[in-house]
Design a protein around this ligand. Structure first.
Ligand code: ARG
Length: 461
């Protein structure tokens, strides 16, 4: 096919250069947005008397028939085209003749691609947001069944203090709520219409940018034609949102992987979400969680690629920017895939409460509570901390825990200890007393669940 810009040139483009230059194999996914944008642009040109109503009708019919042929499979995209914009315009002209050649009046591919990409990513962001909402819903549903399921909380991967499984899952739900808010903010900033920026310097035609902006569902037309075609902040911001989501999914996956190990056995994955080994018959591997953890690397990688690609570009459009699409498309695809696999994997896992409690009973995670017992009887915290430290050392020597250490040993360490110490350091009591807002006590977590639900409900459509 002859290039649209062939007039200026004496030779056909080298075939390898054509392949290298072409973006149609990946920007073809914006075909629908491209057509929707062109429909609004044509309507605006007609409204302003820039093209005739008759040409506008032909363009409209032509574009609609192209769209339905593309969706129905009657029209295949020519993979030797330079990009989806050129392909659709050429196809339109082939179908309707000269009227098709008028569509690009007062427009450039620079504002066209900026428009298409905003519309495409706006839709992707909405889909991803819906998925993250259902992931948060899933976490909260599981959490609501485990507000009394005691488990050790860890710092430095050492058993630290008692929490509940619900408390742990709600921490992730909090992250998801922030992820959802970030996506909303990204869409809000993205939702300005670049159409009418043209190549970079606007146009001499009397166009109506507010009309196309509102027809296409944007909050306003972007304020500067140079910025309109140069800006890829919305791509970088979405890529960064997706990186953060991936980090969250990856951390949760890492914990799932640990919890599945024989060292923990806190949970067991459903057989439909685990795989076996080709040689070791006993193995049940958390491959799905590992893949989600692994895929975070590529999403973060795309984010970095985009930032580096943009950082040295002068205004306005430079071809480097064509590299934005594969990166952000793959990030969207990857995150959608990860979230939609993670949801049923979580929903079907079995929680092994007994093992969580057993682990809790072993790691001296009630040592702080033991010190607090003395503090409540008047001892300064630092002194109490020391006393309990010596008791822990004693227990370790004797192969005991704070729960099995005889009262006389307690008394030797401090005469403030009484028989009620055992009740004070019982794990469930330790958890129940951690009633500070945001803490692990069942009533605190129930309140948290309630406000998480309110926050998430306000984000549903
Ligand atoms: N395929 C191009 C891209 O994805 C479209 C814009 C081309 N503009 C231009 N002036 N060459 O960025």
């Amino acid at each position: 096919m002859d290039k649209m810009w062939a007039g200026r040139f004496n030779k056909q483009l080298d075939e390898r250069v054509n392949d290298f230059n072409s973006s149609v194999r990946f920007d073809c996914r914006m075909a629908e947005e491209d057509i929707t944008g062109s429909l609004a642009h044509a309507a605006m040109l007609a409204k302003q008397g820039i093209i005739s109503a008759e040409d506008c009708d032909k363009i409209t019919q032509g574009l609609k028939s192209i769209l339905s042929d593309l969706l129905g499979g009657a029209l295949a995209i020519d993979m030797s085209a330079e990009d989806i914009h050129m392909f659709i315009e050429a196809e339109l002209t082939a179908r309707i003749g000269d009227a098709g050649k008028r569509l690009h009046t007062s427009r450039s591919r620079n504002d066209q691609v900026a428009l298409d990409l905003r519309m495409y990513l706006r839709r992707e962001a909405a889909e991803i947001k819906a998925l993250v909402i259902s992931l948060a819903d899933t976490l909260i549903d599981i959490a609501s069944k485990h507000t009394h399921t005691v488990m050790p909380g860890y710092t430095h991967m050492q058993r630290a203090q008692p929490i509940t499984f619900a408390h742990h899952l709600c921490a992730y739900a909090e992250m998801m709520v922030r992820d959802i808010k970030r996506l909303d903010n990204t869409v809000e900033l993205m939702n300005e219409c670049p159409l009418g920026s043209c190549a970079l310097a606007g146009t001499t035609y009397d166009i109506d940018r507010d009309y196309t902006a509102s027809e296409l569902g944007f909050t306003r037309a972007c304020g500067n034609s140079l910025d309109g075609v140069s800006d890829r902040d919305f791509v970088m911001q979405l890529a960064s949102d997706l990186s953060i989501i991936s980090v969250h999914l990856s951390r949760l996956s890492e914990e799932i992987i640990m919890w599945c190990s024989w060292e923990f056995k806190f949970i067991e994955l459903d057989d439909a979400y685990a795989t076996g080994s080709s040689i070791m018959p006993q193995k049940k591997n958390p491959d799905i969680a590992e893949l989600i953890r692994g895929k975070a690397g590529r999403v973060i990688g795309h984010n970095v690629s985009l930032l580096v690609m943009m950082k040295g570009l002068p205004l306005a459009y430079d071809k480097d920017m064509q590299e934005d699409k594969e990166a952000i498309f793959d990030s969207c695809d990857t995150v959608k895939l990860c979230v939609s696999t993670l949801i049923p994997m979580l929903a079907t896992m079995t929680v092994n409460k007994d093992n969580m409690l057993k682990a809790g009973n072993k790691g001296f995670i009630n040592a702080t509570d033991c010190a607090d017992y003395l503090v409540k009887k008047g001892m300064p915290f630092r002194t109490a901390y020391k006393v309990v430290g010596t008791l822990v050392a004693l227990c370790t020597d004797k192969g005991l825990t704070l729960d099995t250490l005889p009262l006389e040993e307690y008394k030797k360490a401090s005469d403030m200890f009484d028989g009620d110490i055992y009740d004070a350091i019982e794990l469930i009591n330790c958890v129940n007393r951690r009633r500070s807002a945001g803490g692990p006590a069942p009533q605190a977590v129930e309140a948290e669940i309630e406000s998480l639900r309110v926050a998430i409900d306000s984000k549903r459509h």
